[in-house]
Design a protein around this ligand. Structure first.
Ligand SMILES: Cc1ncc(COP(=O)(O)O)c(C=O)c1O
Length: 373
């Protein structure tokens, strides 16, 4: 069994993906070719944002967003310690400080009730992550930002396709950033990402920053980067976008079936009212994760941990943690989650019998003496 079955998806989409790739090979405009703009228009329309700026990765999308906002040395960005490393990494790369705030134990997303107390005169932005596919509590976070004149960047790397109060993740704040990493709900065949905004000035800044700060050909008005999405990846994404809504519905069916089979025994994911999840991950909590994962592995079922170490405990942040007086225990909700979360196979091509197999193996693993020991 695959954790994410990209081969099954390719078998289904082969004619349209191959045709899209062939078109690019024929026209030869591999850098910022017409497919990039076509994708940007469709994604902007889908989210309702005025602008979509395709980027080379989700990491670059975050970097472009932070750079466009002018985040740099001396600035603090409030964010979650329970995320993929890139979220904090890009803040640090620009010389700013990721000021961590603990999460809500139900959604695993930044806890708005704790955010306001963490605002200081140095705070410039809030960077919530919509983890596992469920949007963060963006209204509450936007309200705090408004009161303190802060920008909000939603890290929607895992949540593209999800809705928050009927609005699209990615278009819920000043800037939204997503990732097209191959295993993401909308995944390319390589790296890719995108920024969304309805602010014309920020859109122009990100557009120029992703292409060496050029405001015209060989006219460099900013220090930027090579952060462009490849035309080939845009072409592949265009083919996949045609079935994306069907795939989101299939992911939701998989999640519902898992939950029906498992919720009496383990903590299953909880989607808060007025939200949908893109189900980038289906993540449960178990007390003895290592033995449960080992037992699943013995039954031929892959699992993964997203993520085992919160950012404030990462080796590279030892110095920062010392300065900020962060230790183990500083963000107890994130630390507790990091010890218990376990993600199960999740993709739109999982069949009911596959889900049953995973659930049965999991129930047996949780009931086994090794796991209770
Ligand atoms: C929450 C989060 N932020 C950022 C990223 C970075 O995206 P990418 O791998 O496309 O650079 C990821 C992807 O793994 C992610 O899950």
């Amino acid at each position: 069994m695959e954790f994410v079955d990209l081969k099954a998806q390719y078998q289904r989409l082969k004619p349209r993906i191959d045709a899209r790739i062939q078109t690019v090979l024929d026209h030869g405009r591999f850098i910022l070719g017409p497919e990039v703009q076509e994708l940007e228009s469709l994604l902007a329309a889908r989210t309702g944002a005025r602008h979509c700026i395709a980027a080379a990765s989700g990491t670059d999308a975050l970097l472009l967003a932070l750079m466009a906002l002018g985040i740099g040395p001396g600035d603090e960005v409030l964010t979650t310690p329970f995320t993929f490393f890139a979220t904090g990494e890009m803040i640090t790369l620009l010389g700013a400080v990721p000021a961590f705030v603990d999460i809500d134990p139900v959604s695993y997303n930044l806890d708005p009730a704790r955010v306001e107390a963490a605002v200081t005169p140095r705070t410039r932005a809030i960077l919530p992550v919509s983890l596992y596919g469920q949007p963060a509590d963006m209204d509450a976070i936007n309200d705090i930002a408004l009161r303190h004149n802060l920008a909000v960047i939603e890290d929607a790397a895992q949540s593209f396709g999800a809705l928050y109060k009927g609005r699209a993740s990615g278009n819920l704040s000043t800037i939204g950033c997503t990732s097209f990493f191959p295993s993401k709900p909308l995944g390319a065949y390589g790296d890719g990402g995108a920024c969304f905004t309805s602010d014309d000035t920020l859109a122009t800044a990100m557009l120029e920053l992703r292409n060496h700060g050029q405001s015209g050909r060989y006219r460099h008005t900013r220090i930027g980067l090579n952060g462009r999405l490849d035309t080939l990846q845009a072409a592949i994404l265009l083919a996949k976008l045609e079935v994306f809504d069907e795939e989101l519905a299939a992911r939701d069916r998989v999640a519902q079936q898992y939950t029906a089979l498992l919720h009496d025994t383990v903590q299953t994911p909880r989607i808060l009212p007025n939200r949908t999840s893109a189900w980038a991950q289906y993540t449960i909590e178990v007390a003895d994760r290592e033995s449960v994962a080992a037992s699943l592995h013995e039954s031929g079922i892959p699992s993964a941990v997203h993520y085992p170490t919160p950012l404030h405990l990462q080796p590279v942040y030892t110095g920062l943690a010392r300065r900020r007086r962060w230790t183990r225990g500083s963000f107890p909700v994130a630390e507790f989650a990091a010890e218990r979360v376990l993600s199960l196979p999740m993709h739109p091509y999982l069949q009911p019998e596959h889900i049953e197999r995973v659930a049965n193996a999991l129930l047996a693993a949780v009931a086994s003496p090794a796991s209770r020991a």
